[in-house]
Design a protein around this ligand. Structure first.
Ligand code: HPA
Length: 279
């Protein structure tokens, strides 16, 4: 099963055999942020990624690797608890298969979360950043290859990938709830090594506020498919060279755990806004 469309079809059919649940919104939970899935109720299905034909396997500490279909409050959501990464050697066309499957299941909006390094010197570990735009520095693009016309057009507009019409009310809601949230540009680096201090200085000059190893391919594929996109970065550490300490995955996971309550509040607000049908 090599063909992308065949894999998307097989995954969708497999899930549809188990449940006719229709999510309004999809959620991708990044490193250390997967706890949120435990807040769903009326679970229609929980399926390990490894059981879904056509899905890529997700294999990193901090990622549970399962699809959970259920409700958050009154909103029907599909949670991808973990994700496959480009640095695993999996093409971006493949790492984004789950996003296209969620679109097939009916999701009109996608919330992407990640752990990221702070490039903007005003950030601190634990800051929450709404992504307002991105820089694709990964060296690849998930939309390369034959265009999947059933999802979207060959040359999609990228001027509003992180839907401003959702971002603005979300920022306002966070402010009203006295939850500190900033906005910024996310730059994707391939990984798997953390960046060098020289790379981080360069990325700051380019206009990046945060750096990470995911999200950009998923956002591109979602927008291509006409989905609205919200992106939230948890700044788990300052990027390389900002502080005098080596970076580690343990720090990423432990900061994620420390701020998970604030993160969950912001995600809850995002679902409240994003799950409502688009105007
Ligand atoms: N760089 C890249 N990816 C990351 C980082 C970082 O500093 N922190 C968490 N994910």
């Amino acid at each position: 099963m090599n063909n992308l469309t065949e894999r998307i079809n097989a995954a969708t059919a497999f899930i549809r055999q188990k449940t006719d649940f229709t999510p309004a919104m999809g959620l991708v939970l990044g490193s250390g942020l997967g706890d949120f899935a435990t807040r769903l109720t009326n679970i229609a299905a929980t399926i390990p990624f490894g059981n879904i034909p056509g899905f890529p396997a997700a294999g990193v500490a901090g990622h549970a690797g399962q699809l959970v279909l259920g409700y958050f409050e009154d909103s029907p959501v599909a949670v991808l608890n973990g994700r496959a990464h480009f640095y695993e050697g999996i093409s971006q066309q493949e790492t984004t298969i789950p996003v296209r499957v969620l679109r097939r299941l009916g999701a009109h909006t996608l919330l992407l979360t990640n752990a990221a390094g702070g490039v903007n010197l005003s950030f601190v570990p634990g800051s929450l950043m709404l992504i307002c735009d991105h820089i694709n520095f990964s060296g690849q693009n998930p939309l390369m290859g034959p265009n999947l016309d059933e999802f979207g057009t060959r040359f999609p507009d990228a001027g509003d990938i992180y839907t401003a019409a959702l971002r603005r009310p979300l920022l306002e809601a966070a402010q009203q709830a006295q939850l500190a949230v900033c906005e910024g540009v996310y730059l994707m680096y391939s990984g798997p090594n953390y960046e060098t201090p020289a790379e981080i200085r360069a990325f700051r000059t380019l206009g990046a506020d945060a750096v990470g190893m995911s999200t950009v391919p998923e956002a591109l594929v979602a927008r291509h498919a006409g989905m609205r996109v919200i992106g939230i970065s948890c700044i788990t550490n300052m990027a390389a060279g900002v502080l005098n300490t080596p970076l580690s995955h343990e720090e990423v996971v432990s900061t994620g755990a420390r701020v998970k309550e604030d993160f969950a509040r912001l995600v809850a607000m995002a679902i409240g806004l994003g799950a409502a049908a688009p105007a």
